[in-house]
Design a protein around this ligand. Sequence first.
Ligand code: FES
Ligand code: FES
Length: 145
Amino acid sequence: MTVNGKKRTAEISPDDFLLETLRSLGFKSVKRGCDTGSCGLCTVLVEGKPVLSCSYLSARADGHEVTTIEGAGEEAKKVASALVGEGVEQCGFCSPGLVLSILGMKKELGKGATDDQIKNYLNGNLCRCTGYEGQLRGIRQYLEV
Ligand code: FES
Ligand code: FES
């Protein structure tokens, strides 16, 4: 697979999940939370679309382009500064997954997304530190809604 623009190979078992494979390759920004596909902390992009790496078999990523927060570049910085501007960085544990989901959201929903669409898209991205209103304000600002 390609991770953040570079070809990477890994020895995997058929039942390995991408979360563990990426972390074993040194991408420690990919966080482990629930490990059951419920919290969104482990989100990465595969071909630009958010996936939960704790429940995505590593073998499925073979031959595909995977992006972690390290590879998300300037666009991720713009999302982060919109969120920080609304005071929602707090512990930051959820941030890599959240930022990647927002990048996927921009691609899929584009500018002009409604609050309901945004909330629906982020369904499953949990944050223990905020009430989500600040995140919503930051996302609106980033999407120029
Ligand atoms: S660790 Fe993957 S969804 Fe929670
Ligand atoms: S900022 Fe702490 S979990 Fe989201």
